[in-house]
Each structure stands twice: as structure tokens, then as C-alpha cells.
Design a binder for this molecule. Structure first.
Ligand SMILES: N[C@@H](CCC(=O)N[C@@H](CS)C(=O)NCC(=O)O)C(=O)O
Length: 250
């Protein structure tokens, strides 16, 4: 979707880079990691999803679906994390790391990996709620009300119901993630990075997903080439400042 015109026009006068984001959100993590790799200064607008701040007055009307992240750059408003990654690279080609390779074939390959990363979001959400948020269910009870008119409303209602998330939904999410890790493993067994000879937007987009799978009890860590690739990315300063430093933040 990329660039939008928000209902809340106040952001159109913002100067510089402003990111509306949440610590634990993998979509926010990939944008922060890209901003760090590009060595760009940005202003943080922290939207605590745990307190439904995405429905609060500061954020309502900025993102049409009340999701994070949103990037505002000199009044241009961009949503969808993977579109934001591409926007940042296009807007700042000469700053920090180059995150898009030069050849048309490689550019297409980056796009394809990013699309596959994007397609994992629903499955990651399902297992995140089941394994990471479920112990804190009681604290999330208010979400049925805040999310009731939202596309996620039914999901929150199911999650917070006595029955919990459907067993079939859980197993199909786990299968989806397993298949994706197998595809990554096949590719990374012969390549250090997803595309080309240096990390690209494809690696950043995906590594936050793999990072999330490491919080699940499933046997998602028995992929040696994925683990080695993950280790290479996790050793980068950008991974610490964009991801690890936010863990535990509300
Ligand atoms: N396709 C969107 C997905 C954004 C998304 O699902 N964001 C989640 C956090 S990762 C969110 O804001 N959820 C709101 C909520 O659960 O209330 C993107 O890549 O930015």
C-alpha cells in the first residue's frame, strides 16, 4: 500500500523521519533495523499496543487500520513495514549500508523474499498470541472492546474466549512457519545472505520473523544454515539497538 493520506492531517507538517512503532512488533523491528543500518536519525513515537494506544487520540487517524508501524518523512506518510523498508532505501540510497543490490535479477529476488516474509505475518501472529501472550491473557481482556470494530476483532475475541484459538489454526500456522524455515534452510545452505554478497532488505525483513520463531516452543531451531545466518545478523549493532534493546519494553 505504501504512501497514504491520513485522516489525521497534523502529521503532514512533521519534518524529518518520524516512526510510530512498538517494541515487540516484528513489523516495527524490521523498520528500526533498516533505519539503524542506514545510519539515519529518527524521532520515536512509541505506540504501546499492550495499552491499545493504537486506538488512542495520538494515533487514531494516522494509520487507517490502527496498525504499527507508520513512517512519516517530511510529511509523507508510509504504512506497511516492507513498503517502508523500500521507501527508506529509495529515499536514502547514499546513507549507511546499501540494502538493495544493483542487478535487476537481484532486485526481483529481494522483492520475492520480502513478499514471502510479508506472507508469514498471520501465522506469526497466531503463534505469538498462543505462546507469548497467552500467559498474560488477563491483562489483554480490554482488547475485545478496543478491537471490536477492527479487522483483528474476531481474532482477539477468539483468543480471549474460554476455548482459545482454534487447534486447526494453530497447526496450520506452525506448518506455514515450518515450510518457510525449510525454504530458508535450502537457500542459506549455499548462500551467506538471501540475495547477493551482503545483507539486503530481504535479510532484514526475514530475520525479525526468524527471531520471533525462536520464542515458540516448536522445534523451529533445528535449521543449521538458518541459525548461522541468524547469528551473522544478530551480531550486527543494528540488531541490538533495533530489536534486543526493546525486548521487555512495554
Ligand atoms: N502488513 C503490516 C502489518 C502490521 C501489523 O500487523 N502490525 C501489528 C503489530 S506487528 C499491529 O499493529 N497490531 C495491532 C494490534 O494487535 O492491536 C505491516 O507490515 O506493517
Amino acid at each position: 500500500m505504501g504512501q497514504i493520506t491520513p485522516q489525521n492531517r497534523s502529521v503532514l507538517s512533521l519534518v524529518g523521519l518520524h516512526l510510530y512503532h512498538y517494541g515487540f512488533s516484528n513489523c516495527s523491528q524490521r523498520v528500526r533495523m533498516t533505519l539503524e543500518e542506514k545510519e539515519l536519525d529518527w524521532t520515536s513515537h512509541y505506540i504501546n499496543l499492550g495499552n491499545s494506544e493504537n486506538f488512542g487520540p495520538d494515533y487514531d487517524g494516522i494509520h487507517p487500520d490502527n496498525l504499527v508501524p507508520t513512517l512519516v518523512h517530511d510529511g509523507k506518510v508510509i504504512i506497511n513495514s516492507n513498503d517502508i523498508l523500500q521507501y527508506i532505501e529509495d529515499a536514502f540510497p547514499n546513507s549507511g549500508a546499501t540494502l538493495i543490490p544493483a542487478s535487476p535479477d537481484e532486485i526481483t529476488a529481494v522483492r520475492e523474499w520480502i513478499d514471502r516474509s510479508d506472507a508469514l505475518q498471520d501465522s506469526l501472529r497466531v503463534l505469538t498470541f498462543e505462546y507469548v501472550f497467552k500467559p498474560h491473557r488477563a491483562r489483554l481482556a480490554g482488547m475485545v472492546e478496543t478491537h471490536k470494530n477492527h479487522e483483528l476483532g474476531k481474532f482477539y475475541a477468539d483468543f480471549l474466549s474460554d476455548k482459545g484459538l482454534d487447534a486447526e489454526l494453530l497447526s496450520s500456522a506452525a506448518d506455514d512457519i515450518q515450510r518457510m524455515l525449510e525454504a530458508l534452510e535450502n537457500h542459506l545452505a549455499a548462500n551467506d545472505w538471501l540475495v547477493g554478497k551482503t545483507p539486503s532488505l530481504a535479510d532484514i525483513s526475514f530475520v525479525v520473523n526468524v527471531h520471533r520463531t525462536r520464542k515458540f516452543p516448536e522445534n523451529f531451531q533445528s535449521f543449521p544454515a538458518v541459525n548461522a545466518w541468524y547469528g551473522r545478523l544478530a551480531a550486527r549493532p543494528s540488531f541490538r539497538s533495533a530489536i534486543l534493546d526493546y525486548e521487555g519494553a512495554g
